[in-house]
Design a binder for this molecule. Sequence first.
Ligand code: S3P
Length: 171
Amino acid sequence: MSKSNIFLVGPMGAGKSTIGRVLAAELNRQFCDTDRVIEDRTGADIPWIFDMEGEAGFREREAAVLSDLACEENLVVATGGGIVLLSENREVMKASGYVCYLTASTDQLVERTSRDKKRPLLQVDNPRKKIIELLEMRDPIYREAADFIINTDKRSPKMVSQEIIRLIEES
Ligand code: S3P
């Protein structure tokens, strides 16, 4: 397995998919989004998978998709916000590419996810509280997994992707 892939990790609303698409276009690479690959393979959307199989079932599907994508080369991969929870996933990403942690302020995360009904973990009375709780729990794990940490606040997807390219070139 060569280390040629780029994995974008971080919380829901960090901009992984939008930035990933721009980054892939800049680098002339293929873009993949683990959530979309899971949905294509399952033939169902993520809320349905959570309903029928629980979060545990979703995590199994997510790990299987990640390990397949990690066998390919030169991909830009936007991952689901919880992908770092499994240590195997962190190892798979490290072994097959660069891991970029996209951060954003809580206000930005709340704003960017506020109109979304497709994220089961945020269908609660107080999504802001949930975002804060998830971040408190996951931020150390994202940091441990990451080769680079990039703030996305008040920056265009193009600016963020150029920073990622620079960080990889300088590494
Ligand atoms: C999740 C994030 C979602 C999706 C699922 C669970 C999480 O992906 O994988 O709803 O645990 O944070 P995005 O980060 O792309 O929204």
